[in-house]
Design a protein around this ligand. Structure first.
Ligand SMILES: Cc1cn([C@H]2C[C@H](O)[C@@H](COP(=O)(O)OP(=O)(O)O[C@H]3O[C@@H](C)C(=O)[C@@H](O)[C@H]3O)O2)c(=O)[nH]c1=O
Length: 182
């Protein structure tokens, strides 16, 4: 397993070791011990999510407030996505900055996004299936959404896509005025 730093130190790209042979491939999509060693995070995951999206579907930018804040370990098992993490910790040196990484069935990369970040992705392929683990359960009262194209954030989403949003995400508010992390 290879761990690659991003422009935001707490957000990591994880590349599993893939074993290929004439049957296909095998890799450990998650190994608690190796994950803890790689990230230095002693935590446990409590929920696994799986979503399927069509080309141009953008989900995000989502987060949950304490006491149900979620860390997320994200991968794409079918197709490709542009996955984004936005630092929304007010006390952070990188508050308001973002990282974007292509995750695909082909590159098998995973993105580790700790608590204190908003998360979203754009579907780059005809279909994408995204699987992610979360460190806290879903709580509809504490979930929040920041507008995907909030000018203050200026996320560099890939261009040329016919963006499709849920009603909730289409009516999301920009960063300013949102309840964030300390
Ligand atoms: C997130 C979530 C949704 N749901 C339900 C609520 C709703 O009826 C349906 C679809 O929910 P949403 O429209 O919020 O799904 P979606 O837009 O895919 O939300 C997800 O987006 C990505 C970017 C994230 O980071 C996730 O944490 C989550 O917020 O699924 C659950 O039952 N459990 C969950 O954990």
């Amino acid at each position: 397993m290879n761990v690659i730093d991003t422009a935001i130190s707490d957000v990591k790209i994880i590349e599993p070791r893939v074993f290929e042979d004439d049957r296909g491939f095998f890799f450990e999509s998650f190994n608690q011990e190796k994950f803890q060693l790689a990230t230095g995070c002693d935590l446990s995951f409590v929920q696994d999510n799986h979503s399927r999206s069509d080309l141009g579907v953008l989900r995000g930018l989502h987060y949950q407030l304490p006491p149900m804040a979620q860390g997320k370990l994200v991968r794409c098992a079918v197709g490709a996505i542009f996955d984004v993490a936005v630092d929304i910790r007010r006390s952070s040196k990188t508050f308001g900055s973002w990282v974007g990484v292509e995750l695909s069935a082909e590159n098998k990369r995973q993105l580790w996004i700790p608590q204190g970040f908003a998360h979203g992705f754009l579907t780059l392929s005809e279909v994408a299936e995204v699987l992610y683990k979360t460190t806290e359960y879903w709580n509809s009262n504490l979930e929040r959404s920041i507008k995907w194209d909030c000018p203050e954030l200026g996320v560099g989403w890939p261009s040329g896509y016919d963006i499709r949003l849920s009603g909730k995400d289409a009516s999301a508010k920009p960063l300013g005025g949102q309840e964030l992390f300390d």
